[in-house]
Design a protein. Structure first.
Length: 315
């Protein structure tokens, strides 16, 4: 059963330089308890997509399309109705906890505040629950650490606190935005193992450019480039048989695959090229790639790609 369905979503930002087309005609589906990785280069629109699902974008953002969650289109809800969804039904673990956590409030107070808001508990009970959440994310001496301020936590501990805050109201869907960004390898692997454990019974949209972390956590991976999904398949299939030239290049840029950079740079989201958005950097591009924009096609069961090299069922 589909838990989250994103259909023909477009998110544009008016700026002095022009209209930034951050997300363009994105379609995604997630089932209950599924872990979906959303990967791509910095600036490709991953975080904007997550923020749009939560409806946390600036007021002048132009949004079109549909975001269905448990049978309701989130884009059609009133702000009051959406506040009941945030935190309680869908929670977001924001990137960069050093700036996301309030520096003048104790960590336990910040988690307890979310619990009181959504569950109507008194201060003492909410505080006890906050301590339990810190214990659940493996923070030792949680009762004492809950009384500390964010600056007294290490980067890894701050990330754990953000995870605890996201899980505090037992949401069905977690949107984790770059939770391993800026962490050293040892701490990153600890956070990845922790996420795998604490979201086992939940669905998670895992936004990252860290393919290693995505491989460890996710059931499926969607690859994003210049505001659109270019490939989507089961995780093992993406790593074993990447089809889109961008996916192949992204994988080949990994250290264990030779550190081969993709030539050129990503296009401006204000001045998006005609045709395939990757054609200017693609060794396989032909004339049609420069002129026409490919649709997503299912080349084998569950494996979708946006590329003129492939037709339906003929990978």
């Amino acid at each position: 059963m589909t838990l989250l369905g994103v259909r023909n979503l477009r998110v544009h930002f008016p700026t002095e330089e022009g209209l930034v087309k951050a997300v363009n005609t994105v379609d995604l589906e997630m089932k209950g308890r599924e872990k979906l990785g959303l990967i791509g280069e910095t600036g490709c629109g991953k975080t904007v997509l997550g923020m749009c699902i939560m409806r946390l974008l600036q007021p002048n953002t132009e949004v079109a399309g549909e975001i269905w969650y448990k049978g309701r289109d989130l884009l059609r809800l009133s702000e009051g109705e959406m506040r009941k969804v945030r935190g309680r039904e869908i929670a977001m673990i924001l990137q960069n906890p050093a700036t996301s956590l309030n520096p003048v409030l104790r960590v336990g107070e910040q988690i307890a505040e979310a619990i009181r808001l959504h569950q109507g508990l008194d201060k003492r009970t909410a505080w006890a629950r906050a301590v339990e959440e810190l214990e659940a994310v493996k923070i030792a001496s949680a009762e004492e650490r809950a009384k500390e301020y964010p600056h007294q936590f290490s980067g890894g501990m701050q990330e754990r606190a953000m995870i605890a805050m996201g899980l505090a109201c037992d949401p069905a869907l977690i949107i984790a935005d770059e939770p391993t960004k800026g962490l050293d390898v040892k701490i990153k692997m600890q956070v990845v193992r922790l996420l795998k454990e604490v979201v086992r019974e939940k669905a998670m949209l895992f936004i990252t450019h860290d393919l290693g972390a995505a491989a460890e956590i996710c059931d499926r991976i969607a690859v994003m480039y210049a505001g659109e999904i270019v490939e989507c398949a089961e995780t093992s299939e993406i790593f074993r048989n990447p089809l889109h030239p961008y996916t192949q290049g992204f994988l080949n840029s990994l250290p264990n695959r030779g550190l081969k950079p993709i030539p050129g740079v990503s296009p401006s989201l204000i001045d998006i090229p005609s045709g395939c958005r990757f054609h200017q950097r693609c060794d396989c591009a032909t004339e049609i790639c420069e002129e026409e924009h490919s649709e997503m096609v299912e080349v084998k069961e569950g494996h979708f790609v946006r590329c003129f090299l492939f037709g339906e069922k003929d990978a």
